[in-house]
Ligand binder design. Structure first.
Ligand code: GZL
Length: 307
């Protein structure tokens, strides 16, 4: 029987299905788990054959996975780059193999924008700015210094760099707001707890915690209560993501504000993969829709949260 399917499908494609190679950062947080679920479910729903690799938060594993996808002649490659830098070589290899690349969730700092078709993800600077603006509003009446500690995301990652930038720009509006300590907790609960323990030991007066994701904030809760302080009251806690566990902490009054970062990129990614495969033009930048939550808004939203 002659092979069926159109002639430009890569060797890896069977019965004409588009084959998408996806390199995922890892499984470090509730956000990542929800993002992986969205991608896997959307690929199945779209009839796209997904080759999925978990890089365990290591760039060298992502580069290896992308090279494997090139070897397998997949039709499209997509990935969430764990850090911003160091991608040009492997992206040029994909371009030379004529395989379109889509960036999801996080971007890269490559100067050559022709190395990828599009980047679909949040505006992390905006998320940091919204978090900072909320705090400025809350503390506008402060007469003395407001000491802030910051749990940064993975060192070198776009969300960590940009959230830090946005928050610092917004809080500069009030010189009373002082970031007295800032360190990476690598987006994990364990990292958040460990670094918050150090912050509490080194700084007798902490008024605010800004954590770049819910998971580090949830880890920090354990350290804060172990230090005999009441989270959400003694220490105001602001996080980013709005995954279910974070929204529950917000509704319970342990967190005070969350800027949402949607992990549900799967459906749009599959549409983009089909367009890229068919050689259709796609917008170079697609920004995800998201909002913010106060404690009351979290109570109202929780029953309908998908992740
Ligand atoms: C943001 C994403 C971040 C989340 C973290 O789009 O890259 O990585 O904020 C996740 O929870 O680990």
């Amino acid at each position: 029987v002659a092979a069926c399917g159109n002639s430009d499908t890569g060797d890896a494609g069977n019965d004409g299905k588009i084959v998408l190679g996806f390199s995922q950062v890892g499984a470090e947080s509730g956000w990542r788990t929800a993002n992986t679920t969205s991608i896997k479910e959307s690929a199945a729903a779209a009839g796209i054959e997904l080759k999925f690799d978990d890089a365990q938060q290591k760039q060298e594993n992502q580069i290896k996975a992308i090279r494997n996808f090139i070897q397998q002649k997949v039709d499209v490659i997509a990935f969430s780059p764990v850090v911003e830098s160091g991608w040009d070589t492997v992206l040029k290899e994909a371009k030379d193999a004529d395989i379109p690349v889509i960036l999801t969730d996080r971007s890269v700092d490559s100067a050559d924008k022709s190395l990828y078709k599009t980047f679909i993800g949040s505006d992390f600077v905006k998320e940091g700015r919204l978090a900072g603006e909320w705090l400025v509003e809350q503390k506008k009446g402060a007469s003395g210094p407001v000491n802030i500690v910051e749990l940064q995301g993975t060192t070198g990652s776009a969300p960590a760099n940009d959230r830090k930038k946005g928050f610092a720009e917004a809080t500069a509006a009030n010189p009373n707001l002082k970031i007295i300590a800032s360190q990476s907790g690598d987006f994990t609960r364990a990292g958040g707890k460990q670094v918050m323990e150090q912050f509490l030991k080194a700084n007798p007066k902490i008024d605010v915690l800004f954590a770049h994701n819910d998971d580090m904030g949830l880890g920090a809760l354990e350290a804060i209560t172990a230090a005999g302080k009441v989270p959400g009251k003694d220490i105001t806690i602001i996080t980013i993501d709005a995954v279910k566990d974070g929204m529950q902490a917000l509704a319970d009054g342990k967190f005070n504000f969350i800027a949402e970062c949607s992990p549900l990129l799967g459906p749009q990614l599959m549409d983009l993969a089909k367009k890229a495969h068919d050689g259709e033009q796609v917008a170079p930048r697609i920004e995800t829709e998201e909002t913010t939550f106060t404690q009351d808004q979290a109570k109202a939203a929780l029953p309908n949260r998908k992740y």
